[in-house]
Design a protein around this ligand. Sequence first.
Ligand code: NFS
Ligand code: SF4
Length: 643
Amino acid sequence: MDKKSIDSTVNQLLEKTAEQGVETIWDRADQQKARCGFGEQGLCCRLCYMGPCRINPKGKSPQKGVCGATAEVIVARNFARMIAAGTAAHSDHGREVVHTLLLAAESPESGYTIKDVNKLRKVAQTLGVEIRDRTKEEIAKDVAERAMSNFGRQEGELDFIKRAPQKRQALWKSLGITPRGIDREIVEMMHRTNMGVDHDYRNIMRQASRTALADGWGGSMLATELQDILFGTPSPLRGQVNLGVLEEKEVNIVVHGHEPVLSEMLVEATQDKELLDLAKSQGAEGINLAGICCTANEILLRHGLPIAGNVLQQELSMSTGAVEAMIVDVQCIMPSLPEVSRLFHTELYTTSPKGRMENVKFFPFSEKGALHTAKEIVKAAVLNYKNRGEVNIPQEKMDLIAGFSHEAINYMLGGSFRGSYTPLNDNIINGRIRGVAGVVGCCNPKVVHDQGHVSLVEELIANDILVVQTGCSAIACAKAGFMVPESAEKYAGKGLAEVCTAVGMPPVLHSGSCVDNSRILIALTEMVRAGGLGEDISDLPVAGAAPEWMSEKAIAIGHYFVSSGVFTTFGIGLPVTGSEVFSSHIFGEFEKIYGGMWAAETEPKKMASKMIEHINNKRSALGIDKEKKRVLYDMEMRRELKV
Ligand code: NFS
Ligand code: SF4
């Protein structure tokens, strides 16, 4: 069998699942080998039932859809709808968090409290909520209400837009794409891509930008900021990652999904004395809570709890035979899980009314009786321990440091008294750090698991580029050992290694889950503010990448980075190549409009080269490339040059 992953736990377990007759995502990916070329290039339209239309703009016919839609219109509408869907997912998560903050403010019996009062005050200021001598609950209530108004607002602009650099805000305004309300932009995007409405691909993409910005500077940012208020702003802490974190002699509970509103309560429940005693009475030495996907990132960042794996490892975690319960909420949860769980003793539980599965026990997890429900779930898991059969936990696990919120980066680099981004900028200006890259996103069985992330990041740090990560990409690189301070000496270029060693940080920073990409937007804005690197995000020597993307959410993220001025390159391919006109718009023309653009590159090394080239260009535009380029010729070299 070809290696499906560079992570040996995956290859080991896949050998087992083949013997056990367990079907995994890789088996099904193999069955789909011959994919539809129209769909892959974005040329399949299902927007009305005169279709579906599959067109071939380069062939004889059909070159247009039945309604007359051209390739660029079909591709643009499909792409824009992906952005709307991704924005909806992040933002609906944000909405749950806003609800929870309101609950924490109004009903102490909910079990939710306000952990970070400093952050509450900061956010209150941005939202125009009065602070003075009011209690944190009073402030939180107004913050939640104001935050909620961002979803349904019809006119004006989202509150967090004013955090962006002035020049960026002015650009958005001049293009008429400043987002008004989060829900409004998504609805308008859906309307405009309905059959027979917007037929100007540039105009469609303007609304797509507006929608994506409503995600990055709206729904996702609200999720991140309010989660920090509720559960604490992350700061660096140690953790462990990979399937080896599952414990042979403890009850293993795996939480998978996205909303920390659920996982935070599970953290509390697994520490409950009565439940721990119950576990002992069942012959287990303790209760081990581990995570998959973004929920894992959330509990790691705030509690140092272990990460079992990223999105492609969800089925495999169960196939270890060591997982008593897997608890899921929303997003990136494979519909195959019930089938896999039935082959082992694992109990699968859904908890969100938005994400249910047939014949799977549903624990209605209302934020109101949250702790009670969480305890019930943990109890069921503990009682399942005795049903374990053969256990097969891979040994591999890796240490990491996580928790680099933009506040933490501030303090890390600037010191706790003069926290600022100035030292980062100084190191970029003096050339020790060439630039900063955000490497984020999913994993995809179309390519060797984790390889895109790891090869790209390896290349970037070797070239003195500081890497900031989130999501499943962060998990991939943590497993590879990039997120311990020692990795600076081992993998980073000389300049970056020097900075990392001086500060004691790894060259690859884990900033959280996918909604936490909004932390990167703030970090970029802080870099602009600290001075010396231009006046807008598009002036900075930075780039973004999602080497193994698969989710619509990744497209929304990519597009808000592009629309915020960042050069962003995606691996695997993008479903836009069917239209040359559209491709040249987002891969070229965009840069003139937004200062940021899309790029697609399947080869991680080439992806790295493109990002480095872009960063070098930005450095020379800023006039800070001199130091690096200057070569002092000695006699020897002169002779070689034959002058
Ligand atoms: Ni992001 Fe997180 Fe992972 Fe991709 Fe899915 S878990 S929200 S979408 S697969 S990085
Ligand atoms: Fe075909 Fe046009 Fe209908 Fe799309 S909207 S399915 S291109 S007829």
